[in-house]
Design a protein around this ligand. Sequence first.
Ligand code: KG4
Ligand code: ZN
Length: 339
Amino acid sequence: MSITILGIESSCDDTSAAVIRDGYILSNTISDQEVHKAYGGVVPELASRAHQQNIIPVVERSLKMAGLNQQEIDAVAFTRGPGLLGSLLVGTSFAKGFALARQIPLIEVNHLQAHVLAHFILEKGLARNTPGFPFLCLLVSGGHTELIVVKDYLVMENIGRTIDDAAGEAFDKCGKVVGLSYPAGPQIDKLAREGNPKAYRFARPRLKGLDFSFSGLKTSFLYSVRDSVKETPGFVKKNLPDLAASLQYTIVEILIERLEEAAKSTGIDQIAVAGGVSANSGLREALRKKSAEKGWEIYIPELRYTTDNAAMIAMTGYFKYLKKQFTKMDAVPVARFPI
Ligand code: KG4
Ligand code: ZN
């Protein structure tokens, strides 16, 4: 018998719904929120309002694209956290209403776990090389920078995390300093291709262990740009590709260094990346180089499943459905949700 899961994602600024049947994607619809661009970052109050507007049309579109009606859904999976509380409430309430109306199981999903499990989403007609257990996953997004040992689909251990900003946040905040709109990550990636990665040197963290820190780099970038602009008006405009390339080089170096330490200390050589920043071409290139040097087996998800999406929520819901890990109707969203 087939199992069909509707997934709902609303943890930040993307409203997304997806349908997965037996691990195969049937639809994945996303409505991102343009409203935050003008503010240089996500405004929580505006995000939750936009989710309210988007959620029903997005789910309707997702069911239509999957060619299914509501009666064909066996369970509804939703992001319970971590994320913005007001945003999470919208997806949680919708999922509860849907499950209650249809009398089907409700399944809570940890957003971080879902980013990791995006590696297992299957597509008809597409061969996918999936990691075996255990593997090490570097999860890098706008809100998270984590090193996770994945022992099984639903058994994960967090062995390192950022103590301040996330890697994506470092891209976005530094991008704002040089006048780029939010999110700056993809623009820096593009600009970096034309620049010299060794043109400028910014501060690196001096932390021991497997944790990350990006706030020192951010401050050093800000001061360096500010000082240069004082001396040479028009500095940023003239040197934007070099600034972008040097910033990206530093962030990637910090990530790869920790990943290497984690691989060494755990003895795991199957390495996966997940989250929005895993779309970064500098990071992908550095990973390929490292894997050749170290003999790592690397796994990089399809670009469309790296940023926030409900396909990964539905996929995680599918694994939880198989284990009958259902959620009670009194579940509440949580802003912090350890893996
Ligand atoms: O996973 P995601 O969609 O949302 C969160 O859960 O945060 O990640 C969004 C983050 C943003 O910070 C964005 O700037 C960054 O991922 N990002 C990139 C690239 N594409 C997205 N950063 C660097 N290079 C990229 N190509
Ligand atoms: Zn995310």
